[in-house]
Design a protein around this ligand. Sequence first.
Ligand code: GDP
Ligand code: MN
Length: 373
Amino acid sequence: MNVFEYQAKQAFRDNGIATPKGVLIRSVEELDTVIGEVGLPCVLKSQVLRGGRGKAGLIKLVKTKEEAKDTAQKLFSCEHNVKMILAEQAVAMVKEVYLAVTFNPVTAKAMFIACAEGGVEIEILAKNSPEKLVKVEVDITEGLGAYHINNLLFGLGISGDLGKKFGALARNLYKTFRACDASLAEINPVFITKDEEVIAGDGKLIIDDNSVSRQPNYQLSRDYFDSDVEYEAAMEGIPYLQFTGDIALMCAGAGLTTTVFDIIHDFGGTVATYTEFGGANYTKAVRTMELCLKTPSKVILVVTFGTIARADVMAQGLAEAIKTHKPSMPIVTCIRGTNEEEAFKILREIGLEPLTNTEEAVQRAVDIAAGRK
Ligand code: GDP
Ligand code: MN
């Protein structure tokens, strides 16, 4: 679970890391009082779950209250679906450093990744000059030792008073990483000020999905979704995404669904919704189709391959869904796997042609969407 910057920064503060003074707003009007709290100039930081906000124009420095309100208005109405802005005191910094803790899946250890040249160009730097990245691994059963921090500081070329402060920051970031059951705790940039203060200028925190149940601070809410329907689906455990294309996709299994998504694009089609109704519980087909129908589409494409979840059970679910919702658009099916003969029979009984070749089924749906069939 990827959480918002304002939440990451709260976790940082809870673990002793300094952050700029900031207040979260959900409307422009709040700036009237909030500007007084954070002061000017301040930085308006769109709270969206994507990286590269700076480059996308979603992070803005403003100098007056009027400019702040005008800029916030623009951010709230831009195409990136900004619902929250973190208004933060601007920090006068002299240097930006990259610091993160993550897991190295190969060694099964926690790993610091750091770079003396942090900021918005870090991905390019990591690609072109990987030798500039400092990596220090920590066995989590042994825990963090002074030598880990010393190695990190040595690699970064930071010493003296600043070294002490940066070392404390690294220790606190490791503490955050462990306390939050994170798979990534990242600060990019760490601001270094002229007085050698170290401040978390940004925050990225990913909570291991398997630990969300014991992390009460991080529960799914409407904030994490672009639409009501996606939120509704997630609360019911149905993987569901909305797009703006023509083909409503009802599939089973993330890998198969992703492949079908790719084939659709390969064949020149576009996807309206992406949804999975897998699992033994075929009643989800009824609910899934209901969600699917909330987004306009020209055709419904059903592709599944049932192994543990039987093909005939899926076909039965689909038949049930069609009976319940009576969709007006054509339906293309390619339902295969365990007990598929029975599945084909069920599909024929409700007037559907059971295709057995995925590419043929996708081509059929793409043709229908384009008005060729
Ligand atoms: P990201 O692009 O999504 O990673 O968003 P960041 O929060 O990292 O902001 C992007 C960039 O904006 C940072 O790398 C900084 O260079 C700059 N920035 C953000 N806040 C401040 C600030 O308070 N002071 C200064 N000088 N620069 C800032
Ligand atoms: Mn950043």
